[in-house]
Design a protein around this ligand. Sequence first.
Ligand SMILES: NC(=O)c1ccc[n+]([C@@H]2O[C@H](COP(=O)([O-])OP(=O)(O)OC[C@H]3O[C@@H](n4cnc5c(N)ncnc54)[C@H](OP(=O)(O)O)[C@@H]3O)[C@@H](O)[C@H]2O)c1
Length: 342
Amino acid sequence: MKASTIQDFSKTPDNFHYEDVPTPEPATGHIVVKVAACGLNRYDLYLRMGGIRKDMPLPHVMGADITGNIAAVGADVSALSENQRVIVAPGFPVNPEDWNHRPINQAPSYTVTGTLKWGGYAEFVHVPARFVIPDDTNLPQDELATVPLCLTTAMHAIKTLGQANTGSKVLIQAGASGSGCMCIQVAKCLGARVITTVGSAAKVDTVKSLGADEVIRHDVEDQVTRVRDWTDGQGVDLVIDNVGSAVFDANMKSMRLGGTFVNFGLLSGYKVEFNLRDFFFNQHTFKGSMMGTLEELADGLALLKSGRIKPLLDKRFDLKDAGTAHAYVDSRQVRGSVVLIP
Ligand SMILES: NC(=O)c1ccc[n+]([C@@H]2O[C@H](COP(=O)([O-])OP(=O)(O)OC[C@H]3O[C@@H](n4cnc5c(N)ncnc54)[C@H](OP(=O)(O)O)[C@@H]3O)[C@@H](O)[C@H]2O)c1
């Protein structure tokens, strides 16, 4: 089969090789999926650079957001059949001994799909049968490939950890990012009111079309002033942060007394100065969020099927152009997500 592999780690996206690699055969309890589309995430850029881990055998095939049709089923797989449309879980434990761990995203060997096993930058991918969901969305498979990782993350961060509900005021950083787009939509489905940040005029309409009530242009406006004005000086109930160090102080000043801070990303860096005095005086709660469970993804997919959440596909790239797709994601122009098509 054809795949876009990396053979070393590189800060620039010139380490992809479009080449022939062995087509997988399904092991017991596994299936082989013919990839229809594979979504890109910022995570893929870190993985390409060696920023996640350097102990992966090379060459490597990355790619976490996979939609496709089952090409072959292994022994002991009875609930799935050839040609069936499926969505691959964007993360699962690579060690079968962890497969019954609950919650699954706290299993010791839980990793993003395409990290320690080969992922979806290929024509076929080999996955455990229990970590796919039959796809009954009726959505185009390329659009759907923008969804699994970001929707799982948004459901976990906003609903499970953030406990947003009717009337909650939520600040969502980087609203037009792949994860931000899903966070806005999940928060709105839960009845929350959303204020979000974007870095250019071109992205304002995008996040408004997803339901954002207020938009802060972080390139020209002061976040804290805008949030304070919007909340009558109180601050928001919940901050959802994927930007990290550059906005940490502003996020602290944007949160109400007793507010909750959920972080799941570090676009600008991960080192911050944390003020314990402010933390306890303001009775803040801090939570770290890493992906989520299959059940959370299934709950999110129900919202997608009802039309309350929509995928946001910015651009399609051929599988052979994985490097160009990475450069485009790095450019900060993307609204939503991009996908690779084998
Ligand atoms: N823990 C988890 O479960 C989980 C899940 C998903 C994502 N993440 C993390 O969340 C972060 C976002 O991922 P993503 O895939 O949603 O990103 P993405 O789609 O590539 O979006 C990135 C956007 O963030 C904004 N941004 C703000 N500050 C930035 C900076 N210093 N550098 C680059 N972009 C910046 C930019 O938009 P503006 O120009 O409009 O500001 C940029 O377009 C990453 O750190 C990723 O690893 C974590």
